[in-house]
Design a binder for this molecule. Structure first.
Ligand code: 2AM
Length: 187
């Protein structure tokens, strides 16, 4: 089962991100846009993991998340990987106003390694993927739009849980199904 750990987004944040996608669309015709229901903040991509590993991983994470502080998050600015000049992954940034998103990511990483997964090689760059450019050439209009498109203001939100998602890849894009929801902090 192909899975990842993510933080869900409130509806008003999703709506704001869809508005941004709509604003960028005229400048980007070869982009696979993330569907509204698929918008999320990835904490840790796990890849193909078997059931016993998931059980071990979620048990460890559930325990450690109880001691964690739910972070207060807000959406902040547009960006692109690998660069604004050569955008391949279009994203909205995320800023942590209080609590620590990085320590949540470390708990997810520790749980993954404890369950037997190899360490994540890439550094953590928290982001909300809006779309992926299918043909990556320089696109000055898109770069310009990324610099000049404003994200509609949204309220900051508390991330009160980490979700384990199953991802099934298909011709119409991935379908994500939540398999588990692990609360952050003591309730
Ligand atoms: P993203 O956060 O940039 O969108 C499910 O595939 C999620 O896991 C995606 O949202 C994706 O990135 C993230 N992810 C991270 N590394 C990945 C990888 N090697 N393959 C697929 N998805 C990955």
């Amino acid at each position: 089962m192909r899975t990842f750990l993510a933080i869900d987004l409130p509806d008003p944040v999703r709506a704001a991100l869809v508005q941004v996608q709509d604003a960028l669309k005229p400048e980007a015709n070869a982009v696979s846009w993330t569907r509204r229901e698929n918008l999320h903040l990835t904490l840790r991509f796990l890849g193909n993991v078997d059931v016993p590993m998931h059980v071990a991983l979620t048990a460890t994470l559930e325990d450690t998340l109880r001691e964690a502080q739910p972070p207060l998050l807000t959406v902040a600015g547009l960006g692109a990987f690998p660069s604004m000049a050569r955008p391949r992954v279009l994203y909205a940034g995320i800023t942590c106003l209080s609590g620590a998103l990085d320590s949540l990511q470390r708990l997810a990483e520790n749980a993954a390694q404890h369950a037997g997964l190899p360490p994540e090689a890439s550094p953590f760059h928290p982001h909300l993927t809006l779309g992926r450019v299918r043909y990556h050439a320089r696109n000055k209009a898109l770069t310009h739009a990324l610099h000049h498109t404003a994200i509609p203001p949204t309220d900051a939100f508390v991330a009160d849980a980490v979700s384990l998602y199953e991802s099934v890849l298909g011709p119409a894009g991935p379908v994500y199904t939540r398999r588990k929801r692990l609360r952050i902090g003591c309730w």
